[in-house]
Design a protein around this ligand. Structure first.
Ligand SMILES: Cc1cc2nc3c(=O)[nH]c(=O)nc-3n(C[C@H](O)[C@H](O)[C@H](O)COP(=O)(O)OP(=O)(O)OC[C@H]3O[C@@H](n4cnc5c(N)ncnc54)[C@H](O)[C@@H]3O)c2cc1C
Length: 340
């Protein structure tokens, strides 16, 4: 966990490129594990490393790095997903404490985490009020117990889902949850910057996850089509199968080069948001397309539990949606041209 965290907090300060390579390999082996790892590393560890105070870093990063503890990133709400600037959760300033109220939904790792980054809008915020993100603030909630059981007012319930079975996600309810002012992560009212910087990193994580999932689907399908015969021919020797596999391999390899290129830009401190949106969009859509088509090449057998390809497809289906849907990535990409 957390190989990208700086050495003083228990890890090796690995580059974004190296982290993406590990991320892809993890997703190839077990997508749920990669998702848990990626939330700890990218969605929780990164914003704490980048925006956190020294004491916040010391209390969280070594535990996230060792894998002893999990973190979760709570941005999505029951009524708000893509448009984070419309979030409804409130934080009321009350004599040096904040009282949180609202609902966060689809939050990976919440029931097993001890640290949570949560976004809420400060009630009565007076600055930048013409902006939709006015008052949004990031808070780092630290608990002594898994699932925040020692914090009155936090209620977590798991939600059943169709894929990523090993990485649960949850509804998190906040009912007058009192936290200290010290829980603010970064600056008060600047939560949107924390969220956007984190999502850029998260998109590189999903792009590398897409690579791993596409590669696993292709490996499984190549193996299967070498053993299955129809009309005395191996499936892989039929052009209608072999050429499809070749095309998927070509797209997957070339998209991966784009992912690495985007990671290198981040490592060189160059702007990379546009690249992150592009590679997230293409890698996620490629993984879903490859997984669907690979299922097709298994004939009726993908639908059984005898082969893992059906599970790979279930995992791949959601990639274009989470960490910003395909439409959101496209709107990030077109934004620069519309400004002109
Ligand atoms: C497995 C999984 C794990 C997740 N883990 C987390 C997590 O750990 N933390 C977290 O905060 N969230 C998490 N999420 C939530 C995820 O990030 C959201 O589902 C995603 O951001 C989309 O939000 P939404 O589901 O509310 O869809 P909506 O925002 O309701 O979007 C619905 C549809 O409308 C389209 N749409 C919305 N706005 C626009 C627009 N401006 N222009 C064009 N089209 C638009 C979308 O593209 C989509 O097709 C997770 C989701 C899943 C499935």
């Amino acid at each position: 966990m957390g190989m990208s965290f700086p050495e003083e907090y228990g890890r090796i300060g690995a580059s974004t490129e190296a982290t993406a390579c590990i991320s892809s390999k993890l997703a190839e082996a077990w997508p749920s594990l990669q998702l848990i790892w990626s939330v700890n590393t990218a969605l929780v560890g990164f914003p704490i490393t980048t925006f956190g105070r020294e004491d916040q870093k010391r209390r969280t990063l070594p535990f996230l790095a060792s894998g002893e503890d999990f973190g979760c990133f709570a941005a999505t709400e029951t009524e708000v997903g893509s448009d984070l600037s419309a979030l409804k959760m409130t934080a009321e300033d009350h004599n040096g404490k904040f009282i949180l109220n609202g609902f966060k939904n689809l939050i990976t790792n919440a029931d097993r985490a001890r640290f949570m980054i949560v976004f809420a809008r400060i009630k009565g915020w007076k600055e930048d009020i013409s902006k939709r993100h006015a008052g949004i603030t990031a808070f780092l909630i630290e608990s002594n117990e898994i699932g925040f059981r020692d914090i009155p007012g936090i209620q977590i319930s798991s939600i059943r889902k169709r894929g990523f079975g090993g990485a649960p996600f949850c509804l998190v309810e906040f009912d007058n949850v009192v936290i200290s002012e010290d829980s603010i992560l970064g600056e008060q009212g600047k939560g949107m910057s924390v969220a956007l910087a984190t999502l850029d990193i998260g998109r590189l994580g999903i792009a590398s996850q897409g690579d791993g999932i596409a590669r696993r689907a292709l490996t499984e399908t190549r193996e299967y089509t070498k053993t299955r015969t129809v009309f005395d021919m191996r499936l892989i020797d039929l052009d209608v199968i072999g050429l499809r596999l070749a095309e998927h391999e070509a797209y997957t390899d070339v998209i991966w080069k784009g992912v690495l290129d985007a990671c290198r830009k981040k490592d060189r401190d160059m702007p990379f948001s546009d690249d992150a949106a592009k590679v997230k969009l293409l890698s996620a859509e490629n993984a879903r397309r490859v997984a669907r088509d690979c299922c097709d090449m298994f004939g009726g057998y993908w639908y059984t539990y005898d082969y893992v390809i059906g599970d790979i497809k279930n995992d791949a289906e959601i990639l274009p949606t989470y960490e910003g849907t395909a439409e959101i990535q496209k709107s990030v990409i077109i934004r620069k041209h519309r400004k002109l």
